[in-house]
Design a protein around this ligand. Structure first.
Ligand code: COA
Ligand code: AMP
Length: 638
């Protein structure tokens, strides 16, 4: 007997054009497509070629026209400013149209880029939607990145305008954004003509006359702008994500396929109906924020919850339960690390007893592997399905999930269940042969990728090919390794590159190494990701000092930690580093990062046959023990 998931899955692979063509019926198009899937330039595929549409129209205006004008579109809940504000669809339409007018007044047109560097305030969503309204391409930069990272993105995206705010608030710390923005513009070679700044009462931004414009004043004066027709294949946004070097990858998403896929996932994956309250507790700076704070729920006519707070400390570990009960949230989506933080502070979920969370039907987790303990804790306390689903910035939505709107499978903790419809997921070994069930290999997806995924890297098609399509011809390389078991359940075990996941945030150890290597006293360095009970992983650095350095080790360590924070940003969470005499290497000079990570995490490891000098591992071990790692290595090896 087949279930709705199996039917959808099989059809999506056998007849992708029929499957996604049908899903596209849920979107309002200005002009229909000539081809659902354009495969005339393999391995580069495009969805809904020839069609015209507008994403903002489908996310906002359409709902007003269809009678949802008085329904809340956004509930802004900000414990850090003690604010709860509701914006209806009609109000959102007005605010977005006006802000689109502001951008147009500053010269923003179809295809122009706008960088959005904002905290978690509704204006961030308004700015994104206003860009979509004009056919401009937004690029949201997470607030926890430093000026240097922002400057890199400014140089790559070459925005006409940057939209920002005077400050962000981290629990009880006000973080002035404007000095960071000014410094980034100073550092960047490309100079945007204008900025629009949202002044928040917690900190006033100093404005540069002529360049900087006040959000409130400009919006009050602007003439509302109407939705502009764009090609379904035109870019909607660029979202930069960590690559293996300091140059981030600009993931590009289109308009048409993106709308079709996200709207479809709201029902098929999350099982939410229009009108319900949907909450993705993430940040607009991450892909989860793009897909499931802004576009997905709004395309589906939901009320989206925008939360400016943390799972703990704003004010306590009951914050999530308070928000769910106060706003009658139906579905919550967050990272496992948020639940680990809550569990650590309130292991018996005592605070949950004081709230009525009966509106909640499901919890979705992503961003990193969900450890079985966290899943079990959430299941037993929330008493709703807990769905671990696997995705990436590149994919925009889940590659594997328990698709609650189609069929609920029994959960195997540690597995994000089965490939979602549209995803021909396979496991290949080093020789590119299919692995047997249960055998670990590279997780790859047979092309074409479904709609809603990325179709290039901004200004870097060759890098797109080299990073994702070149190694396994005909497949997309996820850069995750894992298995598919005999029941078809997927297990995502580890990255095959140098990406680590810190508190659900994606970071590149290679990029951190570039920063460490730029310190004048550092001769050589390595950064690895070590296991952390709260954040999943944490970066850990090793540096070898140049001969003749007279500063103390402590002084250099302090300087390199500060340098990473200054260059990448606080989000890098780079706080542990140690000085070693030498780094373990193969005879050909490759640093044995994997072996170092196993030592740090007390895992068994085989002495690499190609190691240059095995004695160095003893030195590394001693050094790790001196900073609290690797306590049980000797026992583990024996
Ligand atoms: N602006 C400025 N600074 C920021 C920031 C922002 N938007 N976001 C994070 N930071 C800072 C933090 O204040 C912290 O600074 P510190 O080193 O001075 O303490 C640093 O960056 C590291 O942040 P983080 O790793 O997030 O740690 P945290 O201790 O602040 O919070 C959690 C830990 C688990 C509570 C938090 O990461 C969390 O809620 N994560 C789950 C939700 C999520 O982010 N998901 C993303 C993908 S779904
Ligand atoms: P990001 O691009 O920030 O979404 O990070 C993507 C990476 O996070 C993936 O390639 C995985 O390594 C990891 N990841 C995300 N979700 C999961 C999950 N549910 N299980 C295991 N790993 C995950």
């Amino acid at each position: 007997m087949t279930n709705a998931y199996q039917q959808a899955y099989e059809r999506s692979l056998k007849d992708p054009e029929g499957f996604w063509g049908e899903a596209a019926g849920a979107i309002t198009w200005i002009k229909p497509w000539t081809k659902v899937l354009d495969d005339s330039r393999k391995p580069y595929y495009r969805w809904f070629a020839g069609a015209e549409c507008n994403t903002c129209f489908n996310a906002v205006d359409r709902h007003v026209a269809e009678g949802r004008g008085a329904q809340p579109a956004i509930i802004y809940d900000s414990p850090v400013t003690n604010t709860v504000r509701t914006i209806t669809y009609a109000e959102l339409k007005d605010q977005v149209a006006r802000f689109a007018g502001v951008l147009r007044g500053l010269g923003v047109d179809k295809g122009d880029r706008v960088i959005v560097y904002m905290p978690m305030v509704p204006e961030a969503a308004v700015a994104m939607l206003a860009c979509a309204r004009l056919g401009a391409v937004h690029s949201v930069v997470f607030g926890g990145f430093a000026s240097n990272e922002l400057a890199t993105r400014i140089n790559d995206a070459k925005p006409k305008v940057i939209v920002s705010a005077s400050c962000g608030i981290e629990t009880n710390r006000v973080i002035p954004y404007k000095p960071l923005l000014d410094h980034a513009i100073e550092l960047a070679e490309h100079k945007p003509g204008h900025t629009v700044i949202l002044q928040r009462p917690q900190a006033a931004a100093e404005m540069i006359p002529g360049r900087d414009h006040d959000w409130a004043d400009s919006a009050a004066k602007a003439a509302p702008a109407e939705c502009v027709a764009v090609a379904a294949t035109d870019p909607l946004y660029i979202l930069y994500t960590s690559g293996t070097t300091g140059q981030p990858k600009g993931v590009v998403r289109d308009n048409g396929g993106h709308m079709v896929a996200l709207k479809w996932t709201m029902g098929a994956v999350y099982d939410v109906k229009p009108g319900e309250v949907y909450w993705a507790a993430s940040d607009v700076g991450w892909v989860v924020g793009h897909s499931y704070i802004v576009y997905g729920p709004l395309l589906n006519g939901n009320t989206t919850l925008l939360y400016e707070g943390k799972p703990v400390g704003t004010p306590d570990a009951g914050a999530f339960w308070r928000v769910i009960s106060q706003h009658k949230v139906s579905v919550l989506f967050t990272a496992p690390t948020a639940f680990r933080a809550i569990k650590r502070e309130d292991p018996n979920a005592e605070l949950l007893k004081t709230y009525d969370i009966s509106s909640l039907r499901a919890l979705f987790l992503a961003g990193e592997r969900s450890d079985p303990d966290t899943i079990k804790w959430a299941q037993s306390n929330l008493k709703v399905p807990v769905v671990d689903h696997w995705w990436q910035t590149e994919t925009g939505w889940s590659i594997a999930a328990n698709c609650l709107g189609l069929h609920e499978f029994p959960v195997k903790p540690g597995s994000p269940t089965k490939p979602a419809p549209g995803w021909d997921l396979q496991v290949l070994d080093e020789g590119h042969h299919p692995c047997k069930p249960g055998q670990t290999g590279s997780l790859v997806v047979k092309l074409p990728l479904p709609p809603g995924t990325f179709y290039t890297l901004w200004n870097a098609e060759q890098r797109f090919f080299d990073s994702y399509l070149g190694e396994f011809p005909g497949f997309y390389k996820t850069a995750d390794a894992g298995i598919i078991d005999e029941d078809g359940y997927v297990y995502v075990m580890s990255r095959t590159d140098d990406i680590i996941n810190v508190a659900g945030h994606r970071l590149s150890t290679g990029q951190m190494e570039e920063v460490l290597a730029s310190h004048p006293d550092v001769a050589e360095c390595a950064v690895i990701g070590v296991a952390d009970q709260l954040k999943g992983q944490l970066p850990l650095g090793f540096i070898c000092l140049k001969a003749g350095v007279t500063k103390s080790d402590e002084q250099v360590l302090k300087e390199v930690v500060a340098l990473v924070r200054e260059t990448i940003g606080p989000v890098a969470a780079f706080k542990s580093c140690t000085v070693v005499k030498r780094l373990p290497k193969t005879r050909s000079g490759k640093i044995l990062r994997g072996t170092m990570q196993k030592i740090a995490d007390n895992q068994d490891f085989k002495m690499p046959a190609t190691i240059d000098d095995p004695a160095i591992l003893e030195e590394i071990d001693e050094s790790l023990q001196s900073i609290g790692y690797s306590k049980a290595r000797k026992e583990a090896v024996e």
